[in-house]
Design a protein around this ligand. Structure first.
Ligand code: PHE
Ligand code: ZN
Length: 913
């Protein structure tokens, strides 16, 4: 399999001004006619130093049956082109503008890849990002070619009354034989990956939105008949997103129509096609009875994410797929800001950091690690990763932190004005930020000197994979109140990148005095007044100080501190100001102090996480640390009783780190992680804390209950804390709580029902069985909800887990073509530590067989799943050998390019995971 390289990028030899399509849909196939208007690209010819024209023209095309091919109305002789399995080459196109016309036949009904045009539950739908358009027609299909699209759709009226594409519907009407047509015209030139078409039986919710400048936009949300009652939340979310983008970024919607369609069979979450977003139905259909609080918030953020893409992605798109994070990292940053504005910055940040650490950090330290801007790939679909998205967003966030809101927004304005209507690069984005910074720094002269940095160096964040580590040593001089910090940064090697250079790290820190009071951070030689002039967002901890660490090693002296025997507690990486790991010895007492007093919500939470990790780790090695656990119990008791904390904050502060983080902590402590032991240790710690804090937990539960019936977002913190208390008290064997958790499944709140199920999940008790059966009986006819039941059953950590998973795969309601169901069952199994990681290796072999089988139907979903094997080298010898053998068997199967690439990366020698 060959790689595509960033270094090989060349401008297209022919520009494309128009893509005119006629798509005829039938009961068992479709015909697609395309008229593409090309002209030689002067820029390309200049770049190559070649003559004015004569270059061959490559049209990508996969799984297309070519029926006719013409240039300027004349059929092409067979010698004039070469037809290959992945496209066709026009050998000598005209030197002047020309029209290329083709007709192909395609088979959407048997297309299980869910790329290109396919049928989902009787609905014709498309997915073109990244390279699906070539499964619809012959086309250059590259993101730097923006053309105007006009699309005529023809289909049978009874089975496809609704015909949708991008832009505005300019004409529609009846045809012979019960058929009809619609013509859609999109005034904005766009790359082919943003094309979309939908045809089928749909019901719609329609609302008008008036933009800031007073234009009226028709919002339409299309769902399967019967689902309209579940669209209110998605519609309201869309309105909030549109308003927010106007208010915060000054960006308004640009067309008269905005459509969202929900489809059951979809590889990803959702897709930002111009004015015709297509969504995985689980991210549209929702209300408090059928979706959890977490799902409601997620839906709101994905609706916003796709909407925000209209500017950051569609109006300004990516030059090539190496620039994917240009649109994804930035748009994630925007949707995260949206959610924090709406629902609270502190909590949102903690949730996002937790996701980052459990997914991106793991990826970054394994065989599939890659930079935010990769320089080579085999299958582009494999690069829709947490690194491109979440780390990409962290990189933007660091720019925001370093520059401040005002300068960052100036940079955004520059970026939009320079690149609107074109395909840009990550460098273009950083350049806009740099130009804004230069202006601001010139205006400010000396004052904000400490936060200046070198943009060229900053860009290493785009090119270096791996999570940087900051190693910190402290020296406290109590006699003069000075704290010396010795800071060293290094980034571990990753595949293909053995040596790393120093990056620019915005490090936000604070000092907490013995009474819990914030102390000023004053550097040596600074006057105490100016030391506190930095103007950081109000959501940061009190007296926070932003430092720029851009050298491999730095020495800092913090002065003017109280002259005491004990140093003040060091609150580091406040708000998680950079996506890095910290390495410093921190005594339990210091962490307990920070957990009690740190005014920065993230650093406070993180102190608790560190303590929890230590406690779980000790238990997993059979040496539970009674004193640490007692201190933790006491600290949590005080947190639970603290009236100044919201219930949501309490729930977050008490939540145990995820399994990937626990494995990582074990590794950092120099052990080979033992997943089943860590899993069991976490559960036994819940049991212990559940016992130790019984009275306080039950008091809190009672207080929470009064808020249960409030509807989202109200009462969500109370429900969340209730879920945590249920889990802890169920683990401790509290019969009354177990009964309450069981009963929640029959109640009116999906959030409580799922917390109830989760609380009962760990033990094979009759109540668990009853709850699971009741949930199934109640929701068996709603596939989206049933997926959560599939996931729960697949991850039950007791009994014969593999036999249970096998039964689920054969279950009459299991749909092997729905990625959501596949992920529920196989993803559920992968998250089931005792079963997946069982010492006999049966879990691994089972998974490998399932992935090979899935790969035949859906390579995109299969290759994403194959990453469950990526950490094999980090485990102990026997487990690693079992995992390796399962991987090797998988490697011998006939695999798609997508899955082949992942498996090959996992097996490669140059693998530092
Ligand atoms: N571009 C989509 C998003 O992030 C994700 C996606 C990628 C969807 C590829 C489908 C296929 O919003
Ligand atoms: Zn996106």
């Amino acid at each position: 399999m060959s790689s595509v390289r960033l270094a090989d990028y060349r401008p297209a030899p022919y520009l494309l001004s128009r893509t005119d399509l006629t798509v005829r849909l039938y009961g068992d196939h479709a015909l697609v006619e395309a008229q593409l208007r090309f002209a030689p690209n002067p820029a390309a010819n200049e770049a190559d130093g070649a003559g004015a024209s004569g270059e061959p023209l490559w049209l990508a095309g996969i799984a297309l049956t070519l029926e006719s091919l013409q240039i300027d109305g004349l059929t092409l002789a067979s010698e004039a082109y070469a037809l290959e399995s992945e496209g066709l080459m026009i050998k000598a196109p005209p030197a002047a503008p020309f029209v290329l016309q083709s007709r192909v036949r395609i088979e959407p009904h048997s297309n299980t890849t869910l790329e290109g045009l396919y049928v989902s539950g009787g609905l014709f739908t498309t997915q073109c990002e990244a390279e699906g358009f070539r499964r619809i027609t012959f086309h250059p299909d590259r993101p730097d070619l923006l053309s105007r699209f006009r699309v005529r759709i023809e289909a049978e009226h009874s089975s496809c009354p609704v015909l949708l594409s991008n832009g505005n519907c300019i004409d529609s009407g009846p045809l012979d034989q019960g058929r009809h047509y619609a013509i859609w015209d999109d005034p904005f030139p766009k790359p082919s990956y943003l094309f979309a078409l939908v045809a089928g039986v749909l019901e719609e919710r329609r609302e008008l939105f008036t933009t800031a400048s007073g234009r009226s936009v028709q919002l339409r949300l299309h769902v399967e008949p019967g689902d309209l009652t579940y669209t209110e939340h998605a519609m309201a979310s869309l309105r909030r997103a549109m308003r927010w983008d106007e208010q915060r970024y000054g960006l308004e919607y640009d067309l008269d129509e905005y459509n969202i369609v929900a489809v059951r069979h979809f590889n990803m979450g959702a897709m930002e096609n111009k004015s015709l977003n297509i969504f995985n139905s689980k991210l549209v259909l929702a209300d408090h009875e059928i979706a959890t609080d977490e799902e409601l918030e997620r839906i709101e953020s994905v609706i916003a994410h796709e909407y925000f893409h209209n500017w950051t992605g569609n109006r300004i798109t990516c030059r090539d797929w190496f620039q994917l994070s240009l649109k994804e990292g930035l748009t994630v940053f925007r949707d995260q800001s949206f959610t924090s504005d709406l629902h609270g910055a502190a909590i949102n940040r903690i949730e996002n950091v937790s996701i980052l650490r459990n997914t991106q950090f793991r990826e970054d330290s394994g065989p599939t690690a890659h930079p935010v801007q990769p320089d080579a790939y085999q299958a582009i679909d494999n690069f829709y990763t947490t690194t491109i998205y979440e780390k990409g967003s962290e990189v933007i966030r660091m720019l925001h932190t370093l520059l401040g809101e005002e300068t960052f927004m100036r940079g955004m304005t520059l970026y939009v004005s320079r690149h609107d209507g074109s395909a840009a690069t990550c460098d273009d984005f950083v350049r806009a930020m740099e130009d804004a910074a230069t202006l601001a720094w010139d205006e400010a002269q000396e004052s904000s000197d400490s936060c200046r940095f070198d943009f060229a160096q900053f860009k290493r964040w785009y090119h270096q994979a791996g999570t940087p580590v900051l190693q910190i040593q402290r020296n406290w001089d109590g006699s003069c109140g000075e704290l010396e910090l010795h800071i060293r940064q290094h980034t571990p090697p990753t595949p293909g990148q053995p040596h790393k250079q120093a990056v620019v790290i915005p490090l936000v820190l604070g000092l907490v005095g013995q009474g819990g009071e914030p102390l000023p951070v004053q550097l040596e030689g600074e006057d105490p007044e100016t030391a506190q002039e930095q103007d950081l967002p109000p959501s940061w901890g009190r007296r926070s100080r932003l430092l720029v660490i851009d050298q491999p090693e730095v020495q800092l002296r913090l002065c003017g501190l109280p002259k005491q025997h004990h140093p003040p507690a060091l609150s580091l990486l406040r708000q998680f100001s950079a996506p890095i790991k910290l390495d410093l010895g921190r005594p339990v007492a210091e962490l307990v102090h920070l957990l009690a007093h740190d005014s920065d919500p993230l650093a406070r939470w993180d102190a608790g996480q560190l303590l929890l990790k230590r406690a779980v780790l000790a238990r997993s090695q059979g040496q539970h640390d009674a004193q640490l656990e007692e201190e933790l119990g006491d600290a949590f008791g005080r947190i639970l009783n603290d009236p100044s904390l919201s219930q949501a904050s309490k729930a977050l502060l008490l939540s145990l780190p995820g399994q990937p983080e626990l494995e990582d902590a074990a590794q950092q402590a120099g052990h080979k992680p033992d997943p089943p032991a860590l899993f069991a240790a976490a559960q036994s710690l819940r049991q212990r804390l559940g016992q130790a804090l019984a009275t306080t937990l039950l008091q809190q539960l009672e207080a929470c209950q009064t808020e249960w019936t409030q509807s989202w977002p109200h009462g969500q913190g109370d429900r969340r804390l209730s879920g945590l208390i249920w889990a802890w008290r169920s683990a401790a064997g509290d019969a009354a709580v177990i009964a309450q958790a069981r009963a929640a499944v029959d109640g009116a709140s999906m959030t409580l029902a799922r917390y109830g199920l989760a609380a009962l999940q760990h033990h094979d008790r009759p109540e668990r069985q009853a709850a699971s059966e009741a949930f199934y009986a109640r929701w068996q006819h709603r596939p989206v909800i049933l997926d959560s039941w599939f996931a729960l059953e697949a991850s039950a950590p007791f009994g014969d887990g593999l036999a249970r998973v096998q039964r689920l795969l054969e279950h009459p309601r299991y749909d092997p073509n729905a990625p959501n169901s596949v992920r529920a069952v196989l993803g559920g199994l992968a998250g089931n530590a005792p079963v997946f990681h069982a010492a006999d290796g049966n879990g691994y072999r089972f998974m490998a067989r399932q992935i090979a089988d899935l790969d035949g139907r859906n390579p995109i979903t299969a290759s994403r799943l194959a990453k469950v094997f990526s950490r094999w080298r980090s485990y102990g010898t026997e487990r690693a050998a079992q995992m390796h053998s399962a991987l090797s068997t998988l490697a011998q199967a006939e695999l798609s390019a997508n899955t082949g690439e992942v498996v090959q990366q996992c097996l490669a020698e140059d693998n530092h995971g």
